[in-house]
Design a protein. Structure first.
Length: 254
């Protein structure tokens, strides 16, 4: 059991990660995992399992905040969640039972690929023009495919499905950034419970770190959501890109 000073530190870090998760619509998990690996020296599986404890309430609170602001397409949200939940179990089972230390490099490569995408859409000449919602290019029913792939990635990389879903929903289905972020939270919301159970049964959850992180994140996630609705979308993408680059480099060098 950590001492009081460490518990306070974990709550404070959870507050920062929760705000960032609300800002970028990812529940903070994709940022929390590198922090737990690099700063607190958890192995990749423990970092992913522990981050889920923090992410679960953040995702639910963030989803509620986005829904209250009218950023959630409810029919797509339900479809994404239903399609993702069983495949989250498949990904989590592989991560906890089969994957070895190479999982960290896989996660680093995943965040690096996301960073390249967000750098591209943020720095292209018409980035500012993309702030307006685009017309859907593919019928909404095909978002089920995003749910399946996102579910696998959520299990494999804790909440990687949310990070995948945001660009997929924006690029392929024409959702605005904040709408895509809201739907990405709907995708991972039911799967977080499945992921926590799977990682916990494998002994890959540090509850003494995860619970204080969850408390801090629950108190701050709504502030990130509020800021997300005030910033230009290309600015959100560029900020997210910077964080992903830092996380990817840190994990490769660990």
């Amino acid at each position: 059991m950590p001492d009081l000073a460490h518990l306070i530190l974990f709550v404070a870090i959870g507050g920062l990660l929760g705000a960032l998760g609300g800002l970028f619509g990812i529940g903070g998990g994709v940022i929390a995992i590198p922090v737990l690996v690099i700063v607190f020296h958890l192995d990749q599986q423990h970092a992913q399992g522990t981050s889920l404890v923090m992410v679960a309430p953040n995702v639910l609170l963030g989803l509620r905040s986005y829904a209250r602001r009218g950023s959630l397409d409810r029919r797509v949200a339900v479809l994404l969640g239903l399609c993702a939940v069983s495949f989250t179990f498949v990904g989590a089972l592989y991560a906890t039972r089969i994957a070895g230390p190479e999982l960290r490099y896989g996660f680093a490569a995943f965040t690096g690929a996301l960073a390249l995408y967000f750098a591209y859409v943020s720095l292209r000449p018409d980035a500012g023009a993309r702030d307006a919602p685009a017309r859907a290019r593919v019928p909404w029913g095909w978002t089920a495919v995003v749910g399946v792939i996102g579910g696998v990635l959520s299990g494999l990389f804790s909440v990687g499905g949310a990070s995948f879903a945001v660009p997929a929903l924006s690029l392929i289905f024409g959702y605005a950034q904040t709408e895509a972020q809201a739907l990405s939270l709907a995708l991972v919301a039911p799967g977080t419970i499945v992921g926590i159970i799977t990682y916990a049964l494998a002994g890959d959850v540090d509850w003494w770190i995860g619970i204080p992180l969850a408390i801090g994140g629950s108190l701050s996630v709504r502030f990130g959501v509020a800021l997300a609705h005030r910033l230009p979308q290309h600015s959100l993408r560029l900020l997210f890109c910077v964080l992903l680059v830092g996380a990817s480099i840190g994990l490769f060098l660990k």
